[in-house]
Write a protein that binds this ligand. Structure first.
Ligand code: PRP
Length: 179
């Protein structure tokens, strides 16, 4: 099937993202003040840009780990079945943990990951999502910190893909089909 032609309109600028991350990083640093070393867990692949910017703003000792959970594959609709494609490298029992997500849509991914990691008995587990689409929620879950609440638009950029393209855009854009 040929790809549908589309254009991308800027929804959230790189500057607005940076300012929001700076503000949130102060709140996170206050929440985890005194931590020996915060384990910052990025959910691959979408969070790779966000986590890179976030950890560089965080005035805390951190280590970085990654978990890959997928419910979409290359599809645009959630399969509602979350699979772990890559687990953490490190142990989190008794540790302070921050899970970093790019976007919460139906909520299946984040709620699955929270349950999975809570079972490992971290000392404190908190979550942050750059984007939140509450109108799409099917599972009652909310990240502890949210960068931006957005309407039900098809968004790309700043780590988020459309059929594995556009993750490298420095801003969040919305896809507009032109056919
Ligand atoms: C996307 C996104 C979130 C999840 C949110 O991941 O990165 O992890 O979907 O959707 P949900 O709230 O409906 O579960 P995807 O499976 O597309 O993988 P990716 O991060 O590798 O792009």
């Amino acid at each position: 099937m040929p790809a549908r032609p589309y254009v991308i309109d800027e929804l959230i600028s790189a500057k607005a993202i940076a300012a929001r991350i700076e503000a949130l990083s102060h709140q996170i640093a206050a929440e985890f003040a005194g931590t020996e070393k915060l384990v910052v867990v990025g959910l691959l692949r979408g969070s790779f840009v966000f986590i890179a910017d976030l950890v560089r703003e965080l005035d805390l000792p951190v280590e970085v780990d990654f978990l890959e959970a997928s419910s979409y594959g290359d599809a645009t609709e959630s399969s509602r079945e979350v699979r772990i494609l890559k687990d953490l490298r490190g142990q989190i029992e008794g540790r302070d943990v921050l899970v970093v997500e790019d976007i919460v849509d139906t909520g299946y991914t984040l709620s699955y990951v929270i349950k999975l990691l809570q079972n490992r008995k971290p000392a404190k587990l908190r979550t942050i999502a750059l984007l939140d689409k509450p109108s799409r929620r099917e599972v009652a879950i909310r990240a502890d910190w949210i960068g931006f609440e957005i309407p039900d638009e098809f968004v790309v950029g700043y780590g988020i893909d459309f059929a594995q393209a556009n993750r490298n855009l420095p801003f969040i854009g919305k896809v507009k089909f032109v056919d």
